[in-house]
Design a protein around this ligand. Sequence first.
Ligand code: GLN
Ligand code: ZN
Length: 789
Amino acid sequence: MLKGNLGYPRVGVQRQLKKACEQYWSSKISHDELMKVAINVEEEGWQTQAKAHIDLIPINDFSLYDQVLDMVLLLGAIPHRYKPLMATLRGSKDLDLEAPADSASTDLYFAMARGYQKNGLDITPMEMTKWFDTNYHYIVPEFTASQSFQIFSNHVLRAFSRAKELNLGGATPKPVLIGPLSFLLLGKEKEEGFDRLDLVSKLVPVYIQILMELQKRGAVWVQLDEPYLALDLNAKAKQLFNQVYSEIHSKVPELKILIATYFDGLADNSATALSLPVTALHLDLVRSPQQLDAVLVLIQQAPQTSPARNVILSLGVIDGRNVWKNDYKKSCELLQKAVAVVGKERIVISPSCSLFHVPFDLDFETDIPKETKGWMAFAKQKLLEISDLHDIISGNEEALHENRKAIESRNRSEIVHNPLVKKRVVEIGPGDAVRKSPFSVRQKLQRERFSLPHFPTTTIGSFPQTTDIRQLRAKLRKGELTQEQYEAAIEKATTDVIRWQEELGLDVLVHGEFERNDMVEYFGEALNGFLFTKNGWVTSYGSRCVKPPVIYGDVHRPNDMTVRWSAYAQLQTTKLMKGMLTGPVTILQWSFVRDDQPRSNTALQIALAIRDEVIALESAGLKVIQIDEPAIREGLPLRQRDWEQYLDWAVKAFRIASSGVLDTTQIHTHMCYSEFNDIIEHIASMDADVITIENSRSQMELLQAFAQFKYPNEIGPGVYDIHSPRVPSIDEILELLTRASAILPPENIWVNPDCGLKTRSWEETKASLSNMVEAARRARNFLIKGTGA
Ligand code: GLN
Ligand code: ZN
């Protein structure tokens, strides 16, 4: 029986990698310095796993920006527009498989992630979207019909060799790659007329080359992540799995390949997965414990010659996506069941997925009360749980007793269960989830009340969170500022940004969200049932990390949460001010959620709290209120059969939150960085008066779906990408608005960036918004009055 792991957090215990990347981007440190930090962080992760006696330690799960982008570089799938940057790259020489990373290739890599505006070049970044149903964002590979592949980076090879040299307490370093089919499926066709899956014949030889190079360097195990095996697959994809893995097996038969699936069960792909000629198969038994029975039956029934007869099962019994202590009794039941069929020698005890989705180490959390802390486990603690489970299955049951006590204490605790909250959820009636009048009536009333111009301009809420702003909070925490001084400083920042928006001529203003550290944390802090970590960072995209709150108990709102700042802001201007809230599904989705009741139940509890806040904002004079739901899509189950049920309660939660107001109060919602096409009718049924939605990276593709569906309400398709420092030109924005007006009724179109501006600098923000406002002005003349700019 082995102890395995699929991946480890990579930003550094002190977020060293984040800081180093950001310093490198602003030219404050050299390439060598960046690499030094990166290697330290990477090796520290390996050592931690070695110390915890993990037998199979993942290598190459580390990344400077994103693991999918690493694959793009590794496989040389560099989109054509970056060619100018490749001119300086290793001259015309072939890649030296042993050479250390040079700054030119690192810069090319970062350019693909972040765009490039230097030396007379202006290259847009690659698209980014959410990693399955997580809050991690990956870079979407781009494919063309004539796409070619070649080994283009040696990171995985060098990392493996380093791991090998370090010895790691005798553990086996196991390189991790995204498998060929998932790599293709994660990407997008950038031209019409071909299917990216057809590229597989060109891709697989390169994978085989990489696997051979790894083998040459001493690799015994390799993990190929094929999460798509746990998703709905068409017949062609299923058949390709067989073809591809047979080919790989025939070329590197001695290499032990572990196929990792996660985030859902194999379900109808079980037979396909078990027929693949690989050494081991990883199952996520947290998301789908029921798949184990089906898999075990298939193994027992498999013909003698089938690979299933010998397959090693990596059993993901420890939740890699949540922070709760494992219930050893439950896990052991699953493990024993498998042991009974395949024997101990064919079991690897593992987390359900990469531990990258949880924070590093609970030991840092000195402020979490002992009671709740006793219920939790972060990445490092989860490694120990793997060891404990290994011991228990091996007959040493010492750890079982303590674990039982912790699990029972949580089940019974009074800080978890609040009868009043439970009662209010039960009493929710159908009337609580509908506005007073239908949209057409509300729209008319709101138009009369607001008299906004065509193409009204607005922003999504946050303005740059400069160091100065963040320091105000730090100083308040340390007692270097009094509450009064802090509030005065935030008031000043808010007033300044209001004046600035007025001068610029934006139509619907925002207060800037300077008082908020984070759009979920801020609300969690004001609600009961949440707890916070000091160092519980997880990567959201690139160098950006978030510290998700932990929902441990019934949620309830003891006081107003945002009224103080929104009411203040509205008093500073005669223009419309948007109240700004985070929606129930997003709060749920971006928190570590309790696993002792259905998510839907927790969502409804949060919805009631937000509803009360919306009503309080209305009473305080806010006429426009935005309820952000950027995470609504990522909560969508990965398997289509589960969609309806999720969408039912998710939409209901939003409607409960938003339906307590008058017809004349305008409800906005905002969504970003997800594929929305397939849930458009549910987005419509949320019935927000206005939706602002990310869209510029996909070049208005999204709007086609909104147009086809005849989306009834008002809509602000994002006109520029805020994840990139690049400033969009007036013409570029006008072009997007022209395209949008061709597909949607122009009188329903709002003009706004893709998302909030908190991560941007003021310089970029001012330049970009000023171009945006000018583009809207020209659009009014040009597209509405038809007079030309
Ligand atoms: N109102 C939030 C902001 O502007 C929305 C952020 C988001 O969608 N992720 O920052
Ligand atoms: Zn957004």
